[in-house]
Design a protein around this ligand. Structure first.
Ligand code: G1P
Length: 289
């Protein structure tokens, strides 16, 4: 029986060093693309996929991420009094069901695998999604929803994948693939950040996963991998052969918002999708190119 996917883990403990000084006193996941912080894109995408319970794996200085989804009583009553209906509507996606967001702390930055392991009590015996808010996907159907639909077809573990240029394999988790029907691929191996010459393919994992709870027991071994960190990819690799494991070529465009150029590109791409902004943005872009 394929269990319903209701839980998501959001690893948000990173220091955001690539965005200093902007991230000195604020969480990098609070940086906005157009007018919405990265964390909210991730939460909204997860809700669209049926996720009801969230666990943020946070660290010091990250309280704004939790505040963002709380009731802002003063702000809301002031807006109501002043009849600012548009501004009130803008807050809609920040409303969350009482009790639906929990946090755990990752006290030390030991890697993504360690961050997920920190959420083990939240995960329990249930399947769970992982969303890395740095990866932003522009798609007609939200990326995690595509992944969840594929999960209900195949069961087991499934990751969203995309092709990357060979010379970039050392930035991502890379798949070794078996059967491939052009949309779903059977994963026969996983390597974290291989050098281009060692990469088994150029199919990379993006920050969207549906995983089975058994991954936790492998993460608990705390084996260090690439960058001397506990890698989620290595824990997942141990599940291959024990459980179904697939990659899904999702439809849409991924923007790596952990990178300055990727972040700027996301600003433009998302602004051009906005009916209230597209014309003005397009007009000024033409003056630069
Ligand atoms: C993480 C994962 C990697 C994955 C990537 C997607 O790497 O470890 O396997 O391909 O996210 O963005 P990070 O970006 O944290 O270095």
């Amino acid at each position: 029986m394929i269990k319903q996917l209701r839980k998501a883990v959001l690893p948000v403990a990173g220091l955001g060093t690539r965005f200093l000084p902007a991230t000195k006193a604020t969480a990098k996941e609070m940086l906005p693309v157009v007018d919405k912080p990265l964390i909210q894109y991730a939460v909204e995408e997860a809700r669209a996929a049926g996720i009801e319970q969230f666990c943020m794996v946070t660290g010091r200085g990250k309280t704004a991420l939790v505040e963002h989804f709380d009731v802002a009583y003063e702000l809301e009553s002031t807006l109501r009094e002043r009849g600012k209906t548009e501004a009130m509507a803008a807050l809609e996606g920040t409303q969350s069901e009482p009790g639906s967001i929990t946090t755990v702390r990752q006290q030390v930055p030991l890697g993504l695998g360690h961050a997920i392991w920190c959420a083990r009590a939240f995960i329990g015996d249930d399947p769970f999604a992982v969303l890395l808010p740095d990866d932003l996907v522009l798609a007609d159907k939200p990326c995690l929803q595509q992944l969840a639909e594929a999960y209900y077809e195949t069961g087991g573990n499934i990751v969203a994948i995309t092709e990357v240029p060979r010379e970039q394999t050392n930035r991502y988790g890379i798949l070794k693939v078996g059967r491939d029907d052009g949309r779903l691929v059977e994963v026969t191996g996983l390597v974290e950040k291989p050098a281009p010459k060692d990469a088994p393919s150029n199919l990379s994992i993006i920050g969207r996963y549906v995983l089975m709870p058994e991954v936790i027991k492998y993460l608990a071994l705390m084996e260090r991998g690439a960058g001397n960190e506990v890698q989620l990819t290595d824990g997942m690799a141990r599940l291959i052969g024990e459980q179904p494991f697939h990659g899904l070529r999702f439809e849409g465009r991924r923007f790596d918002c952990g990178d300055k150029v990727g972040f700027l590109e996301a600003q433009i791409a998302f602004a051009l999708k906005r009916p209230d902004l597209a014309d003005a943005v397009y007009a000024f872009l033409k003056t630069y190119v």
